[in-house]
Design a protein around this ligand. Sequence first.
Ligand code: PLP
Length: 390
Amino acid sequence: MFNNDTINKFQSIETPFYYYDMGILRQTLEACTNASARYGFHVHYAMKANFNPKVLDMIQSFGIGADCVSGNEVKAAIEHGFAKEKVVFAGVGKSDKEINLALDADIFCFNVESVQELFIINDLAAAKNKKANVAIRINPNVDAHTHHFITTGLDENKFGINIWQLPDVADALRKCTNLQFLGIHFHIGSQITDMEVYKSLCTRINEMQDWFEDHGFPVKVLNTGGGLGVDYYNPDTNAFSDFESYFNVFKDFLNVRPGQEVHFELGRALVAQSASLISRVLYVKNGLKKNFLVLDAGMTELLRPMLYQAYHSIENLSQKSKVESQNLTQDIKYDVVGPICESTDCFRKDVDLPESFRGDLIAIRTAGAYAEVMASGYNLRNRAQSVYSE
Ligand SMILES: *Cc1c(COP(=O)(O)O)cnc(C)c1O
């Protein structure tokens, strides 16, 4: 991601900033769309992972759909040229205003997360003399084997409709004449790297579609959600997720009936490796037990380590060529922290780095997903700019 030219260019740019490698983004999208096209699978991009306009434009140019979780995301998807027939709208708390906006935009489908929401969408659609397409988001009680802060498909999670409530769903669908039932939707968590998890999900999806068919509801769409993980430890050697193995699991284990569509909602796996957060060392504090590198970036630019105890690879770009040419060892342990007035404002403790100095450029890798979108103005901080490789 960083050759000497790129690092030299960084010298004159105000830090912190997000650096987008558009080549990596393009290659990732190619790898994903090639792998999904083989089986005729449909991919929607989960926009909440990154709604940077340049990123959205490139994703849209691959013919990928949009998976939105707010009214503003629906609006942005349409504005960025995503086809309305490829926009889906999930979320456990859609407001009336957001539902109306999506009805006016004639999106493809609402992924509905409660029985009450079915009645509300039905009423709002009726007021507009429209029929809304709905898929039922089912909570399959499948353990995603990921960090418990980012698991979403267990009984204890707030998302989706639990299996024991399905008879109520069937009753509601029969009563709601302004709804068109399209299919079933799942999303069990994020940063999933164990393909066995997706096999278990396929088993559950097969059972659930049988249930709906048995109760007189033909299932046209099987939406398996997203969650495919990326390699935060080796961003260079594993720049792309293994899309082929991922789609293969669904090809092998999902019972796809004739005429059915299979949908995926990938967020992180499409964008995470395409960006890094670039920062400068403001101060080096050497203590008795601890050394601190105080950066000019903090939890206001990248919240994941503080919010989910997430790991990000950290590199000293300024010492990189010295380390490589002189075969230096990275033998100093630093706690790499931000400037924000919170003790949790720490990117990682005991990071092995070469001896580092004030002014050194530090790259925090794999910051393309759930980074810029979570930026905040806490401490009245400026918004970090975005810089693009092209
Ligand atoms: C966040 C989200 C996704 C994408 O999750 P990733 O882990 O980024 O792939 C997909 N579907 C829904 C409903 C989501 O909320």
